[in-house]
Design a protein around this ligand. Sequence first.
Ligand code: ADP
Ligand code: MG
Length: 715
Amino acid sequence: MSNCNRIHAINAVAGRQTPACQKAESASLDHFGEDVFNVTAIRKYLPKTVAKKLLATIQEGKPLDASIADDVAHGMKEWALERGATHFTHWFQPLTGSTAEKHDSFLDLNEDHEAIMSFSAKNLIMGEPDASSFPSGGLRCTFEARGYTAWDPTSPAFIKRHSNGATLCIPTIFCSYTGEVLDKKTPLLRSIQALSRSVSRLMKCFGKPFQHVEVTLGPEQEYFLVDRNFYMYRPDLVQAGRTVFGSPPPRHQQLEDHYFGAIRSRVLAFMTEVEHELWKLGIPAKTRHNEVAPAQFEVAPIFEELNLAVDHNMQMMEILKKVAVRHGMVCLLHEKPFAGVNGSGKHNNWSITYGKENLLDPGNNPCQNAIFLTVLSAIIRAVDLHADLLRTTTASVGNDHRLGANEAPPAIISIFLGDQLADIVEQVETGAVTGAKSLDAMRVGVDALPSLSRDATDRNRTSPFAFTGNKFEFRACGSSQSCADVNTVLNTIVAESLDYISEKLEKTGILSGDAEFHDELQKLLQEIITKHKRIIFNGDNYSSNWIQEAQRRGLPNLRHTMDALKPLLEEKNQTLFARYGIFSKSELDSRYEVFMEEYHRKIRIEGGIALEMARSMIMPVVVEQYRQLVETIHVARKGDFKTGISTLNVCAENLGEKLDQLKVRCVELEAALGKLHEDILEAMKNLREVVDALELMVDDSRWPLPKYREMLFIY
Ligand code: ADP
Ligand code: MG
């Protein structure tokens, strides 16, 4: 029996019983949404007039009538109790990037000291978690540490189940005593409002009646699965979510056989349970497949209203992790758990609807086309003016490993339109304002767009921001990141550009019905395109030429988190956010502080765990192997053997040399831990080099850390 942990783990995985195929029950969607206080529940549990008012807030964005809170609380409590909930919690999204909850039971005592179940309007609307330990970036000193949570009625309450009961979760925003924002939901909601206002304003210019504006999001979520037996013997995965050591195996992803391959039955069983859990919560999981790297997968929902979709993605990440454990696996959401194979991202599919119309749908008549081209031009302008801010929202320790590593978009933000649409945009730019139509010119509002085919050429996977038929797909988000930040920025910058256009149109005093309207619009779009077309790039974003080309065009290339966070401090950005009431200057400053601090802390943790593993797990086995070699040489010399001794000598020399290096690099990392993050990263890289080389030299039966070939292929 080996006393090597890794071998135990392999045996445990190998000995796992594969469950036989069960005869499936007849398929049904009966459970969809059963754990959400959704429209059906609202209608069933609330008085008619109350339900109507609440639904007007949820579906049409009308301000909430505060007088209904008592009735809503009562109905929600009844509903939750029937589902076995004993507790409730305000569920919020602090700057840690994950979700937070603090449970209170429904239990209360009446005057006779009898237990009753109670849940009031106040409980629903406002919470006061002792929030002194959440990151606030100096917005809140601990002596005045009160943070407040406030109900977000536009995202439905839901039930979170555990093996022994259930909790009613109420989505809330989170702010400080003085009203400063401490979470990711508040700015997102504000940005949705800002964009809605700007869209309405533009539509008015086009002479359209008022309609409800909805921003939509469909986030595609990538993740890895590893068997829990391996995970448990990888302190780096446990502590940092990624492997700090590990030699890439001969076979990794080069055969390209995993992507869209047949899904293994163990994984499929996991995915099915995940979907079941998601569906119960009304989260419309739609697609599932194998991703590029071995042991990497993706799940994507049907798109929904943005605020809801972000909440749903936060829930989805939690469910992926929870269900994996039930299947003896661990779900890794880190952006780069394994060096040498692809990391994980989150494609952020974003669009705007006005009434029932998708504004990013080119449409099939000149008027719809004109609106589409106007919105498109606004987006081009917005992304060109604020590429830096979009980049900021993807900055993180984990994502630093991915962006620009030929598996994810580079750190340079650009827009992909596809050849066809790029051609149309060019035609608009050269387009004739009035009179005869020259060759390859487009008259906005007069000519009809050719129908855009959504063929394979429109599938440039290397672009950070791609037009994909009827939506934009922002692809630089990390898999573990909340989508709230990027969409807050996207909404705000597009709102600003829409307002820029509306203002110009309004100033002309020309109404949409007038003959000159489209001429004015054309002039404006021409000007915008000429000025901002440098942001459009339809080529290969991975090529080194692009980096030089982008530099020539003056596009920012913020390669690492430290640089990528700086735009938060710039005056132009602070002015923009203040103008739209998204963030004040102090709120932006605080965010910068929080994200910087998080970055430094995480690097220090990674460095710390690498050092500990090298010294306490790797060093001892190397020493042991060295000792055996030296002893063997000693014995062989005594035995006066003619062969083998020189080989043994070489082995001992090589191993001894690496052992010395290992010691030196540990000392260097230890010193670096007291210095800057660059020093830590450099020292970790150097240490990894030696450890990964040793992995290939040390007796396999002795190597303590589960290897890549095991974690990625045995499950
Ligand atoms: P892929 O990009 O992987 O080929 P799809 O383009 O079909 O997949 O969809 C990716 C995601 O985009 C899905 O979550 C889908 O619901 C979402 N999506 C589709 N249309 C819209 C839209 N109008 N707004 C936001 N998201 C959308
Ligand atoms: Mg996609």
